[in-house]
Each structure stands twice: as structure tokens, then as C-alpha cells.
Design a protein around this ligand. Structure first.
Ligand code: HEC
Length: 105
């Protein structure tokens, strides 16, 4: 019993540290990545025949600026009819920029 508690505490700590190292803040990364992977990936995966993240780094990608990224995330989010808050949308924009686009704001 006690062992289990220690183990799950350790596991949580590792999760939190992962979040920290990915974006420098616990709040943004974990949830934005989960939101993205849960709602956005499968469709991009079928468009890109298998590699979902390739849509963000392909040679002829659509998005070429931070403003363009904001537009496209808002557009895709609206298209699929999920009900994210503007805060969640902004976190996913930030997540995609840090992971893939790396635009300077
Ligand atoms: C039902 C399918 C579908 C879903 C679900 C979807 N998208 Fe897309 N997404 C597309 C299509 C189609 C394109 C690109 C169209 C093109 O090539 O012109 C695209 C392109 C993009 C791009 C631009 C890629 C580039 O070329 O630079 C971003 C960013 C993006 N989507 C974000 C999201 C986010 C965030 C979500 C989740 C909220 C999401 N998408 C969910 C269909 C989808």
C-alpha cells in the first residue's frame, strides 16, 4: 500500500518535470499537448498518410507566421465543432509554435 503511494507520487513528479522541461511551465504543456493529440491528430494523420506531425513541417505548409498559425488553429478548431475556450486555443497555438513552427512573436 505504502509502496504504491510512493510510486504514484514519483510518477506524478516525473510527469510534472516533463511538462516543465517541454515549455517552461507546467500548466501550458501537458494539457495543450493532450488537447491537441486527442482532437487534432487523427485527421492530420490521414491527410499526411500516417505521420500526423508532418503537416506542420512539410515543405509547402500553409502557415508562415504566428498570425497565420493563430488563424489556422482557430479555423480547424471551429471546423470540427469542439468547444474549446479561447485560453485552450491559445495554449495549443503556443504548443504548436514551440514544438514545430518556432516563429518569433
Ligand atoms: C477533420 C480534419 C481536421 C481536424 C480534426 C483538424 N484539422 Fe488541422 N488541418 C486540416 C486540413 C485539411 C489542413 C490543411 C489543409 C491544406 O493542406 O491546405 C489542416 C491544417 C492545419 C494546420 C496548418 C498546417 C500547415 O500547413 O502549416 C494547423 C496549424 C492545424 N491544421 C491545426 C489544427 C488543430 C490545432 C486542430 C485541432 C483543434 C486541427 N488542426 C484539427 C484538417 C483538420
Amino acid at each position: 500500500m505504502r509502496d504504491n503511494k510512493i510510486r504514484s507520487f514519483f510518477f506524478l513528479t516525473v510527469l510534472m518535470l516533463n511538462g516543465l522541461s517541454a515549455t517552461g511551465s507546467i500548466a501550458a504543456s501537458g494539457s495543450a499537448q493532450t488537447l491537441h493529440n486527442t482532437n487534432c491528430r487523427s485527421c492530420h494523420k490521414s491527410i499526411m498518410s500516417g505521420d500526423p506531425d508532418a503537416i506542420y513541417v512539410r515543405e509547402n505548409r500553409r502557415v508562415n507566421s504566428y498570425a497565420g498559425l493563430q488563424n489556422q488553429v482557430n479555423r480547424c478548431e471551429a471546423n470540427i465543432g469542439i468547444d474549446w475556450s479561447q485560453k485552450q486555443i491559445n495554449e495549443v497555438i503556443e504548443y504548436l509554435n514551440q514544438q514545430f513552427y518556432k516563429f518569433k512573436k
